[in-house]
Design a protein around this ligand. Structure first.
Ligand SMILES: [Zn+2]
Length: 472
């Protein structure tokens, strides 16, 4: 590595001094990033991101402040201009908005829309630290990680992938955006990128930072700050962008190979910070979810009444078998119908769906099957991450305990949770069962029923779990 650096330096006639420096700095060749294969077009990314962004703008409170907006735009534009030519897509449009949310997080949607939580900016110690997070996010977009991951997940596709990505991105990242039963399962699959993608975003981000005139080491510092933040509870950003391992050192090592081009800063960071601290406090995810819930209840458009009593036939003892995916067979009560939606397959009886006032459909009775990213390979830990994802879009969710229970003939875990149904406002009981697939993903079943009917439904869910056949 070192000798390669030297010879290339020598060939440019810079001679031994640079060569010595390279040796001192250790192996210092900038990492070459190669984008994964992707069966979607850049236009698909744009469409997904645009739809998801529209939803984000509808449901998340934005900081609409001229000075803050202008500042975040200028940092963002500077970074977007530093994207290497091979990862520039003419269809993409990078936009930058600040969400008035307290939790430390930021996310970017396919095709370019980026949202930064106010809490993230407030936690940063310098503009370069904010730029570090933004560079990381832009890299996910430029490398098209959302659809690349969908391309890989094809084998376990349970529904239309495109809907899946859009739903997942919104449901998972923005937390409170979709607070309804039918969105169970969306959270972690696409939002939580693989370690490999996290590492790519760190390295490409560091390279872009250097090109833009920011010190890439500040990105490493920001991640260090984030990891230390919040004690036992990790900031949301860290669970959406898990540490690929040795993150701090890896970024600093990459920084060794990079020449920071100039020293850029807008010079506005301090004034933006004091501007933000002068505003009324940012909202928590929970507050945002509650506001959205109230808005929906109070009707924004009273096209459909929110709460209602629907008579739903209890699950029949007789079963019907389905094959929702090539590798999977499942038997459910014969009076449940299969519905293949975004990223999950739902089995529900007639009347088991309810539309809330904003026209979204939730399911109140029945069961969903989906596949989530595994991550650690440890069933307990991966299940905890999945449930954390659910809890983000269902802030009232509480665990009532879990037990080992085999699923499809392999090790499984069943967790019982209590929730308040977004559609009916009534308590509901939820059973989440998980097991690992051979490729590292996790199969999950989510049974939902009103608490008052939980006994009869828990019996039906347990029959479904026992019927499961997995051939992966
Ligand atoms: Zn990331």
């Amino acid at each position: 590595m070192t000798s390669r650096t030297c010879s290339s330096v020598v060939s440019r006639l810079t001679l031994t001094l640079a060569c010595t420096l390279a040796v001192v700095a250790g192996p210092s060749v900038q990492t070459r990033i190669v984008a994964d294969k992707n069966k979607y077009t850049p236009a698909d990314d744009v469409k997904l991101g645009r739809e998801a962004a529209a939803q984000v703008r509808k449901e998340m409170p934005l900081v609409r402040d001229g000075a803050v907006d202008e500042w975040v735009q200028s940092v963002g534009r500077r970074l977007a201009n530093a994207i290497p030519p091979e990862f520039q897509h003419k269809e993409f449009n990078y936009t930058f908005e600040v969400v008035n949310q307290k939790e430390i997080n930021a996310f970017a949607l396919p095709g370019g829309p980026m949202f930064l939580n106010r809490g993230m900016i407030e936690a940063a110690k310098s503009e370069a630290e904010v730029a570090g997070v933004m560079g990381h996010e832009i890299s996910h977009v430029a490398l098209r990680h959302g659809t690349a991951q969908a391309t890989k997940g094809q084998k376990f596709q349970l529904g239309a992938i495109l809907g899946q990505v859009a739903g997942a991105v919104v449901g998972g990242t923005a937390g409170a955006i979709i607070a309804q039963g039918s969105q169970f399962g969306l959270g972690t699959y696409f939002l939580k990128y693989s370690r490999e993608y996290e590492s790519q975003a760190d390295l490409l981000g560091a390279q872009m930072l250097a090109r833009a005139g920011y010190n890439p080491r500040e990105m490493a510092n920001m991640f260090k700050t984030l990891e230390g933040e919040g004690g036992s509870r990790q900031p949301e950003f860290m669970s959406d962008h898990p540490n690929p391992g040795n993150r701090y050192n890896a970024i600093n090592k990459e920084a060794d190979s990079l020449r920071v081009q100039g020293s850029y800063a807008t010079g506005q960071f301090e004034s933006i910070h004091s501007r933000l601290s002068g505003m009324s406090p940012a909202l928590t995810a929970e507050q945002i979810a509650a506001n959205n819930k109230n808005n929906r209840r109070s009707g924004g458009g009273s096209s459909s009444a929110p709460a209602r009593t629907v008579r739903v036939e209890p699950p029949t003892a007789q079963a019907r078998t389905y094959q929702p995916a090539q590798f999977l067979r499942v038997s459910v009560p014969a009076n449940w119908q299969q519905r293949q939606s975004s990223d999950v397959v739902t089995y529900a009886p007639e009347g088991g769906y309810t539309a809330d006032s904003s026209g979204r459909t939730s399911f109140t009775h029945g069961l969903q099957v989906g596949v989530a990213q595994g991550g650690t390979g440890n069933l307990e830990r991966d299940t905890a991450a999945l449930l954390q994802g659910f809890a983000r879009s269902n802030p009232g969710l509480r665990s009532a305990g879990s037990r080992r229970e085999s699923l499809g003939g392999r090790d499984g875990l069943t967790t019982i949770l209590n929730n308040t149904s977004d559609a009916t406002g009534q308590p509901e009981s939820i059973a989440v069962s998980t097991t690992q697939l051979k490729d590292g993903h996790m199969l999950f079943l989510v049974g939902v029923a009103p608490a008052s009917e939980s006994a009869v439904y828990e019996d039906a869910f347990s029959r479904v779990r026992r019927s499961l056949q997995i051939r992966d």
